[in-house]
Ligand binder design. Structure first.
Ligand SMILES: O=C(O)CCC(=O)C(=O)O
Length: 208
């Protein structure tokens, strides 16, 4: 049981929520999922520029982007054409423990950050179920997570996310701008080949 910090209204942070055994167990599940649904680099809408992070998904729906159709959720992996693997049980258990949402998550976005990979400030705005929080688990190298308010140009704050940390944003913060400025390469030896894996759980459709 780790302590919970409220970083801002609606932004909850559990440092070291996962112990080493839990991190290793979750990583094994994630690597098995990646073996079935390989990481790939999606393209930005419009420009077609590739994201610096590699991505895949678990769950009935996966978040994808490409030049022609942009940001959306899809039930099939765009490269293999196969359904995404199931969300690992430890992540479903975390969702049920930490959120009081009435339905399970439908999407687990897997982001792999290596080298200079980063993620610009953005909002998670492709989900119908905007009353559900976003729950995010960090594995591997430390990341500098930046978050702000509901406008892109407002003030921001930063927190270092370490391996095993869990962050949740919902309620007044559900549509906050956030992103990853950089990764501290080599700060953890957890991920084979180095880097950081982020697992983001989201409910996409409104529960019946
Ligand atoms: O890697 C992270 O911690 C944040 C990921 C993120 O913001 C996203 O996938 O939308």
């Amino acid at each position: 049981m780790s302590r919970r910090l409220e970083l801002a209204p609606g932004v909850q942070y559990w440092p070291e929520k996962l112990n080493q055994a839990a991190e290793a167990g979750l990583l094994a599940d994630v690597m098995a999922g990646i073996a079935a649904a390989p990481l790939y680099r999606p393209a930005m809408p419009g420009s077609g520029a590739l994201l610096s992070v590699e991505m895949t998904n678990f769950g009935p729906l996966g978040w994808v982007t490409d030049q022609a159709k942009g940001y959306r959720y899809e039930p099939l992996h765009p490269v293999t054409g196969e359904a995404w693997p199931d969300i690992p049980d430890p992540l479903l258990e975390l969702w049920h423990e930490l959120t009081d949402y009435r339905a399970p998550p439908e999407a687990c976005l897997v982001n792999l950050y290596r080298d200079a990979a980063r993620m610009g400030l953005h909002r998670d705005a492709d989900e119908q179920a905007a009353d559900a929080p976003v729950l995010s688990v960090s594995l591997g190298d430390t990341a500098l997570f930046r978050f702000g308010g509901l406008t892109r140009r407002g003030p921001t704050a930063s927190v270092k996310l370490h391996s095993g940390d869990v962050l949740m944003f919902g309620g007044p913060a559900r549509m906050m701008f956030h992103g990853i400025d950089r990764i501290q390469a080599g700060s953890s030896g957890l991920i084979p080949g180095g880097g950081r894996i982020n697992l983001t759980l989201r409910r996409v459709t409104n529960p019946a």
